[in-house]
Ligand binder design. Structure first.
Ligand SMILES: C[C@H](O)[C@H](O)[C@H]1CNC2=NC(N)=NC(=O)C2=N1
Length: 113
């Protein structure tokens, strides 16, 4: 979903709207491989990326980390040999807001240009 990736993030974190599961799933339609997961009652959007070895996984991890630092919004990142699990949600909000889908779309762009 190229347009989602190019949207500006809503900086009014406090006033952000927590999306419903339906709204999240509707936005995930354009994000191949991303799923809605709920951990400790908190919805998140998640994708597992595959790589040929640990070094490639680590490089991608750092690229996602740079995206996060650029905007001050951060994912959970699990880096393993050949795999990186990226999970976006809004900790302060206790759920998923549109910013998290924007960041998922920007994460996709790292792999798909
Ligand atoms: C103080 C700091 O800006 C806040 O804790 C930011 C940092 N990055 C964040 N990232 C995410 N995903 N959710 C947050 O609520 C959040 N808050």
């Amino acid at each position: 979903m190229a347009t989602l990736a190019t949207e500006s993030l809503d900086s009014s974190n406090r006033g952000a709207k927590r999306l419903s599961e339906q709204e999240i799933n509707d936005l995930l339609v354009g994000l191949a491989g991303w799923t809605l997961v709920t951990v400790e009652g908190v919805p998140r959007v998640e994708k597992v990326y595959s790589f040929k070895d640990f070094q490639q996984a680590l490089t991608f991890t750092n690229q996602v980390g740079a995206l996060a630092e650029d905007v001050g919004h951060h994912p959970a990142l699990l880096t393993e040999w050949g795999k990186v699990t990226v999970t976006w949600w809004s900790h302060d909000l206790g759920g998923v807001q549109r910013n998290d889908l924007i960041m998922a779309a920007r994460t996709e762009r790292l792999r798909n240009g």
